[in-house]
Design a protein around this ligand. Structure first.
Ligand code: NAG
Ligand code: NAG
Ligand code: NAG
Ligand code: NAG
Ligand code: NAG
Ligand code: NAG
Ligand code: NAG
Length: 380
């Protein structure tokens, strides 16, 4: 998805230059000379697609400011190539996913290292309820924005009525959790492997629920977290408690992108207590930690937070004598997969590190465009 590193290093770091023109004028006029990218594909999509142009005009005009993420020509070309040379499906909807009525300018990025901004893509267009969000991670001068996959801001143009962030990839709308887990598992990255979770959800007939319930927040323990449970709890016990354990990882009535401290009722019925100290998030009572902001994945129906521990509901914990199961030791712990989970031949549990591999949550090329089609079909 990324433009070549060569091009990337040739680009100046995020330097905003102010334009006297509106967002729409800037995007429909010739770019200033000397830019190391072109926006002609986006420009022609805006002019060709009445939906696109209307929405760009609305952001700039009616709403008095906003943000447009503008993929370069190379980004569009890469996405078309991923799609076997075919046009990007549902391109008007994909364009709407690049527009926000929220002003994400430099001041905003300085104040918000991690944020989730609504876009015009939703089932109710401008009312934007529910609207699809984009994750924005600012580590200035670097800014990463993620839909289904992360892309980087390579230039910023301040327009008279908002801001344009030029990005090195097309922002693809998010998908459901099955697709995300499948794509991550296909990467075979040991620190971000969810084969146990995926098959455990299947075995308990919960996959459809987590894919369709909305809004939803899912805490996703890594494989190594599941291996720790398999080592600590007899398989028969585990099988019996699996459905309760899994549903205890789901908040079924809210999207908590950045959960504030407090108590959240889970689908299992009991609550989890979140302790958020300055963005470092733990689940009180279990000591489970959220992994880095890179391991927060937006879904079409909510959000996934990757965690390093399997959460055990208090009532079950009482019977087991513990409500957390410490991370697996680095070696010799591949004893058994989680009960009910098929043996997927997962690699030995890694010494899980937050890492930023979720940045490559892109997954397989094949999955991406199918996921876009599925996501926008649901939203259309
Ligand atoms: C932008 O487009 C112009 C005109 O087609 C071309 O001459 C130029 O090389 C392009 N620049 C980049 C960085 O692709
Ligand atoms: C659109 O949103 C409304 C309310 O938020 C919801 O009831 C409805 O099912 C949604 N429609 C689709 C097609 O997602
Ligand atoms: C920004 O990204 C560049 C290239 O990946 C990296 O070398 C640099 O350390 C990053 N800066 C910050 C503040 O993260
Ligand atoms: C899952 O659904 C199948 C088919 O309806 C059923 O046979 C099976 O018992 C269910 N499993 C669980 C754990 O609920
Ligand atoms: C964790 O939970 C316990 C019991 O509910 C409570 O007493 C304690 O204050 C909580 N700790 C934090 C840091 O919220
Ligand atoms: C959580 O961590 C604290 C401090 O390390 C420890 O005393 C406590 O037993 C842990 N709680 C659980 C449930 O593992
Ligand atoms: C989840 O997404 C995949 C592909 O992206 C799609 O095939 C599947 O139908 C979706 N599941 C649900 C329940 O929406």
């Amino acid at each position: 998805m990324r433009i070549s590193n060569v091009l990337k290093t040739a680009l100046a770091p995020l330097v905003a230059f102010a334009s006297a023109q509106t967002i729409e004028q800037t995007l429909t006029a010739a770019l200033p000379a000397g830019k190391a990218y072109n926006l002609s594909t986006l420009q022609s999509l805006i002019t060709e697609s009445s939906l696109g142009k209307d929405e760009f005009t609305r952001v700039g005009g009616l709403l008095g400011g906003g943000t447009v993420f503008a993929p370069t020509d190379a980004s569009f070309a890469a996405t078309v190539a991923l799609n076997g040379g075919n046009p990007i499906p549902f391109v008007a909807q994909v364009l709407l996913y690049h527009i926000s009525t929220k002003l994400v300018d430099t001041a905003y990025l300085q104040a918000n290292k991690l944020s989730f901004i609504p876009t015009l893509l939703g089932n109710n267009s401008l009312a934007s309820v529910p609207s699809q969000v984009i994750k924005v991670e600012a580590n200035l001068p670097n800014v990463t924005v993620s839909g289904l996959i992360p892309v980087e801001v390579i230039d910023t143009i301040v327009a008279s009525n908002g801001v344009i962030h030029v990005v090195d990839g097309v922002l693809l709308p998010p998908s459901n959790v099955s697709t995300i887990l499948t794509n991550l598992n296909a990467l075979n990255d040991a620190t971000l492997s969810f084969k146990q979770l995926a098959s455990a959800l299947d075995s308990q007939n919960l996959t459809t629920i987590v894919n369709t319930a909305s809004p939803i927040t899912i805490f996703a323990p890594t494989d190594s977290a599941f291996f720790a449970v398999a080592n600590a709890v007899p398989a028969a016990t585990l099988t019996k408690m699996l459905k309760s354990v899994l549903t205890y990882h789901v908040i079924g009535d809210a999207v908590a992108y950045q959960p504030s401290s407090g108590s959240y009722k889970t689908l299992q019925g009991e609550s989890i207590t979140v302790v958020n100290s300055g963005g470092s998030i733990k689940i009180n009572g279990s000591n489970a930690s959220f992994l880095s902001s890179g391991a927060i994945v937006v879904l079409s129906n909510g959000v996934v937070h990757v965690i390093d521990t399997v959460l055990v509901p208090p009532t079950i914990a009482a019977s087991l004598g513990s409500n957390t199961l410490a991370p697996a030791s680095p070696s010799g712990t591949t004893k058994a997969p989680a009960a009910g989970a098929s043996s997927t031949g997962a690699a030995a549990p890694p010494t899980a590190k937050p890492g930023n591999a979720a940045r490559s949550v892109a997954g397989t090329a094949a999955g991406i465009l199918g996921a876009v089609a599925a996501a926008v079909l649901v939203l259309a």
